[in-house]
Design a protein. Structure first.
Length: 163
C-alpha cells in the first residue's frame, strides 16, 4: 500500500514544490520511494499550470534537487487518498483544517517545521516570493532541517512501527 504525503503552501510555486523535491529525494535515499508518494499543491489556484518560481528551481538545482514542477490547487476531495498533509505555515494549516471534510481528515494536517526539533515555537516557513535569493536559501535550509524528522515519522508509519 502506498503512503501519500502532500505539501501545501499558498500558490504552489515556492515553498511546497521545494519541500516536495527535498522530501522525494529523502524518500529515495531511504529506499522508501516505492512505498511513499510525494506531491504538492497550493491553497489557491493563481499559478495552476505554471512551473515553480525560477528562484526555487535555481536553489533546488544548485543543491542537487529536481526542479521540475507544475503548480496546482489543493482540493478537499484529496483528503480521502492522502495520509499526511504538510502545511508550510500556520495560515495554510488553518485553511487546510477548515477545508477538511472530517475531523479525521483535519488531523492529517501538520506544520512542516513541527518535525524539526530545533524550530522551537517558530514553526512557519517564511514565504520567499517577495524577497531576494537569500529567502529561497533560508527556505531550503528550513525544509531540509524538517525533512529528517518527517522522514523518521513517515518511515515509522510505512514500516508499521508508529506508536
Amino acid at each position: 500500500m502506498t503512503y501519500r504525503v502532500c505539501f501545501v503552501c499558498t500558490g504552489n510555486i515556492c515553498r511546497s514544490p521545494m519541500a516536495e523535491s527535498v522530501f522525494r529525494a529523502r524518500m529515495t535515499e531511504a529506499g522508501l520511494d516505492d512505498r511513499v508518494e510525494v506531491d504538492s499543491a497550493g491553497t489557491g489556484g493563481w499559478h495552476e499550470g505554471d512551473g515553480a518560481d525560477p528562484r526555487t528551481v535555481r536553489v533546488l538545482q544548485e543543491h542537487g534537487y529536481d526542479g521540475d514542477h507544475t503548480a496546482r490547487q489543493f482540493q478537499a476531495s484529496w483528503f480521502d487518498r492522502l495520509d499526511l498533509v504538510i502545511a508550510l505555515d500556520s495560515g495554510h494549516l488553518k485553511a487546510l483544517r477548515r477545508l477538511a471534510p472530517t475531523v479525521e481528515d483535519a488531523q492529517k494536517v501538520h506544520l512542516l517545521r513541527s518535525y524539526d526539533p530545533d524550530a522551537a515555537d517558530d514553526l512557519d516557513v517564511p514565504d520567499p516570493y517577495y524577497g531576494g535569493p537569500d529567502g529561497f536559501e533560508e527556505c531550503l535550509e528550513m525544509v531540509e532541517a524538517a525533512s529528517e524528522g518527517l522522514l523518521a515519522a513517515v518511515r515509522d508509519e510505512v514500516e508499521g512501527t508508529a506508536a
